[in-house]
Design a binder for this molecule. Sequence first.
Ligand SMILES: Nc1ncnc2c1ncn2[C@@H]1O[C@H](COP(=O)(O)OP(=O)(O)OP(=O)(O)O)[C@@H](O)[C@H]1O
Ligand SMILES: [Mg+2]
Length: 471
Amino acid sequence: MKLANRLLLFSVGLIGVLMVVIVYLVEVRLYHRIRDERIAELSREARLVAAQWSGGSDPEALVRVASATLDGRVTLIDATGTIVADAELGGIPSGRVGTRARRPEVARAREASVGVGVGETSSGSGEELYVAVREPVGIARVAVNTGSLSHIFKQGRNDVLIAGVIALILASLLASLYARYVSKPIIELRDMARSLAEKDYKLKMPAYAPGEIGELAESLEELSVRLEALERVQREFVANVSHELRTPLTIAGGFALTLSKGDPPLEKRQAFAKSILANTRRMQRIVEALLDLSKVESGGWAPRLEQIELSSVVSEVLEDLQDTYNDKYVEVVEEIAPDASVISADRIAARQILGNLVQNALRHTSSGRITIFSEAAEMGTWVGVSDTGEGISPEHLPRIFDRFYRVDSARSRESGGTGLGLAVVKHMIEAHGGRATAESSPGRGTTMRVFFPARAARLRLTPAHGAAVAT
Ligand SMILES: Nc1ncnc2c1ncn2[C@@H]1O[C@H](COP(=O)(O)OP(=O)(O)OP(=O)(O)O)[C@@H](O)[C@H]1O
Ligand SMILES: [Mg+2]
């Protein structure tokens, strides 16, 4: 059932129930209370009459006066049950004197001192309420016409019914308006969600969406922005990967084709085979780096933290890169602070992170010095690599941690770079609960830093952004 109809049904039902409750309260409770009140009053009056009778008043005169005063009918019955005096409304004698009183309230009063009865008026025009009380002298009975009381209640019931019907109509109107007013933004939200599902990210926000519905709309809008970004990133990523793999694939494929067709001289054969190998290695590196990235990103990898001597990691890294830096006029200096000589890290990841930074520094420094340093901080250790190389200009600096981002892609590719090294560094250090920063001044050099938290077992503490600062 539609939300609007449910709301409508609910409010109409509520009013219906309320009406029944009101009618019940008025009809049953109030009517009986007033009637009980009236009975109590009548029995007090009957006792007064009886008291006067006991005091020796003449029954005939007493009955006449009392009937006139009380605007009812007063009857006196002696102990044997014979009517002694009786008068109709206004004190007119009824002519039943001498007969036996047979009415039930008289019988009840004889047994229980007070009896109450209801009957038709002698004229048949409505209900009469009888109250009889017993005193030693006999029974005094007072009767009044309750027609007015019933009449008032009948009218009251009608009023309630009329008011109820009006309320029902009004409420249905209001409820249907309100239901529409509530359900409209919800319907719009539903349409928003549907268009999101159909990858339409240009959402139309509801014109009027109060309270939680508004918040929901905002969340949906946020979701759509994120989804759109995610989709763009995904598209770009696939395009990048294809682009990066296409060149080495084409080269390797081309040489393999040439080799398969003819029989070139040995020299050429070797050159072709070398090229095929180099390009295959390159593709391997790309695929491995991508696997590393997805491993960290999917959350399936967590660093196995241990306390590591930084100098041992540095030695391993330098050993790995020995061939590279031996070719260069570059001095590599180790400046490990005594109070920052141990880091809490995954050994393999630490080697990979530092290796990447040192390799980058070597690649972009033709002569000068590369310093591997560490600094103690309050919550952990900063490990950095600074060089006196070409530097990175400010417009490139914020993007160097992005996948496949290279300042000079042709040159980077030539030297075997994939543009994924810093992306892997950033992901891995964030998995340690740390972060990576870069500072650089073009022509003078670059300083890259990674922060290892002291006992960082928490995964992805910081939002996934490597801070980058230009100096
Ligand atoms: N120390 C540095 N000096 C100058 N430029 C740097 C330095 N470190 C990184 N860069 C720039 O940032 C880019 C991205 O570095 P990243 O390590 O991600 O990729 P890469 O080194 O090109 O490839 P790979 O790490 O796979 O060998 C580099 O291409 C380079 O342009
Ligand atoms: Mg690199």
